[in-house]
Design a binder for this molecule. Structure first.
Ligand code: THU
Length: 136
């Protein structure tokens, strides 16, 4: 199986763990680190809406916990479903894009398009003219 296919499958499984009683949008992610290890994440909502967290940043937090500053992102797949289990097109939100480029500008990011097909782009392509901490 192609690597990105395996990540897509794991992202689909991770979405089953999503805690999304408010949006009913169940999001799962699976990423591969440069170490070869796989980490997954899901969205975790809260009654205080702004403190909910996205699936992508959940997986990144787990990866950093596992590997520390060595963590480098190679590829990530994002899968989303409604309560009926139907797949929905979801691309990483702006905040997650900034989090993705932090760990892998050339990382492959895969998600479903509105026509249902999976698309692969780089994290860099998702966030042109991004913020980076100014030197000096
Ligand atoms: N969500 C993600 O998990 N990832 C994204 O990139 C977009 C949005 C979640 C956050 C919230 O729980 C729900 O989707 C609706 O915004």
């Amino acid at each position: 199986m192609h690597e990105i296919d395996a990540l897509r499958t794991l992202a689909v499984h991770a979405a089953r763990h999503a805690y999304a009683p408010y949006s009913n949008l169940l999001v799962g992610t699976a990423l591969r680190a440069a170490s070869g290890k796989i980490y997954t994440g899901c969205n975790v909502e809260n009654a205080s809406f702004p403190i909910g967290s996205c699936a992508e940043r959940g997986a990144i937090a787990t990866a950093v916990q596992g590997e520390g500053a060595q963590f480098a992102l190679v590829a990530i797949a994002v899968a989303a479903f409604n309560r009926a289990g139907e797949p929905l097109p979801v691309t990483p939100c702006g905040a997650c894009r900034q989090a993705l480029v932090e760990f892998g500008e050339e990382a492959t990011v895969s998600f479903r398009q509105p026509d249902g097909h999976w698309l692969e782009v780089t994290a860099s392509q998702l966030l042109p003219h991004r913020f980076s901490f100014p030197a000096g």
